[in-house]
Design a protein around this ligand. Structure first.
Ligand SMILES: NC(=O)c1ccc[n+]([C@@H]2O[C@H](COP(=O)([O-])OP(=O)(O)OC[C@H]3O[C@@H](n4cnc5c(N)ncnc54)[C@H](O)[C@@H]3O)[C@@H](O)[C@H]2O)c1
Length: 363
């Protein structure tokens, strides 16, 4: 991680038992605010509260409603107000216990309340363990788009306990596989080889393979974030592979209908489709990506939303400038380019990609 923002990420099974002790090493805070959601809090809230209290923290907890649609300013406002009423100050610590929604919301609230207090990530979804909990981006959605308001704010500590994954629904596992695949497609040859050899184990939720995937994804993301923490040189933008179209699909189909991962996987397929035409991306890359995504249960969508609506949604993405949409396109395994695609060309690709799906349907 970049200078001044290095922090420990502890990964293992049963790590929560020593969470209080290990957090004590990172902070002198007396008060800890545990933010969770309506699904995770009943499962793990009490246990986490106990281990914190055993290490002398005075714990308060707040529970937000679960789901992407609640990552909004109304919930942020409720959390800010509750923190004031509970007497939280700048020396206290906020702990996010949950998936990426809780992590993004808690990081945002912690960064903005009283101009910022320390926060800690305890991710409980695989997606958050491999991606959302590290890197310091946080934020909320607005009525116009996803993650449009937020800050960069690194956690002081991240603790992953794989035992939390025992209750994670299958569709949330599959959703995380898209981010693992993305990291492997963009990462080192070594990571990619490991991924091709272990994707079948990940698909069965094998815990050793999952542990390994988490470590590899964190290492990959830490390298990218260290090179470009605040997305200023373009390096970090590569993590957006699959996300330009993916976010638009998610918004149009409706959060909750499709998982984030299914939408991102479709976005990766589309980006590779463009890259194969525009940049001579090898057919082997495209075929291998298709096989690996299929193996992980990330099937190609049967149909796309209307191209015109997709384009309009992509224009509201925070990376879009002057209605020219930016795409991360792979040039080979481990390498990509970010390109701006003018409207006419992009519409052509969207239409041909959508009609190819229809043609495949008829076969
Ligand atoms: N900040 C970043 O760098 C970054 C990166 C990727 C994604 N994200 C964000 O993360 C969010 C998606 O995160 P997510 O996929 O974790 O979704 P999520 O937080 O909505 O969690 C998915 C569902 O699983 C439930 N859940 C969580 N842990 C569970 C457990 N152990 N057992 C049973 N149920 C559990 C949650 O209550 C929720 O209903 C999006 O908002 C996305 O924008 C952020």
């Amino acid at each position: 991680m970049p200078d001044g923002s290095s922090y420990e990420v502890r990964v293992g099974r049963g790590t929560i038992a020593r969470f209080g002790e290990s957090l004590r090493v990172c902070t002198d805070a007396t008060k800890a605010l545990l933010i969770s959601d309506s699904v995770v809090s009943p499962l793990y809230g009490q246990r986490v509260r106990e281990v914190l209290e055993e290490s002398g923290f005075e714990v308060s907890d707040l529970c937000m409603p679960a789901g992407e649609e609640n990552k909004n300013v109304d919930v942020a406002r409720e959390l800010w107000d509750a923190m004031s009423l509970l007497g939280f100050g700048r020396d206290d610590v906020v702990i996010a216990l949950g998936g990426g929604v809780v992590g993004d919301m808690s990081g945002f609230v912690a960064a903005t309340y009283m101009r910022g207090l320390d926060f800690v990530q305890v991710p409980t979804t695989l997606l958050s363990m491999v991606d959302a909990s590290v890197g310091g981006k946080n934020g909320i959605n607005t009525a116009i788009g996803k993650n449009l308001v937020g800050t960069f704010n690194q956690p002081i500590y991240v603790l992953d306990d794989l035992d939390f994954l025992a209750t994670l629904p299958d569709r949330e596992w599959t959703s995380a596989f898209a981010e693992i695949a993305k990291s492997a497609f963009l990462g080192s040859e070594h990571f990619y080889d490991w991924f091709t050899q272990n994707a079948h184990l990940l698909a069965t939720h094998d815990i050793e393979a999952t542990h390994d995937a988490i470590l590899r994804c964190i290492e990959f993301k830490a390298g990218i974030v260290a090179a470009d923490e605040q997305e200023q040189t373009g390096v970090r933008e590569s993590l957006n592979y699959g996300h330009t179209l993916g976010h638009a699909i998610e918004a149009l189909v409706g959060y909750g209908e499709l998982t984030h991962g299914q939408a991102i996987a479709e976005g990766m397929r589309f980006a590779a489709y463009i890259a194969a035409d525009a940049f001579d991306l090898s057919e082997d890359f495209v075929a291998d990506q298709d096989i690996l995504l299929d193996m992980l249960g990330l099937k190609s969508l049967e149909q796309l939303p209307d191209p015109e609506k997709l384009y309009e949604k992509m224009c509201s993405d925070k990376k879009t400038r002057d209605r020219s949409v930016r795409f991360v396109l792979p040039s080979r395994q481990g390498a990509c380019e970010t390109v701006t695609i003018p409207r006419g060309i992009l519409m052509g690709y969207l239409e041909s990609y959508a009609s190819r799906k229809k043609a495949n349907d008829k076969l």
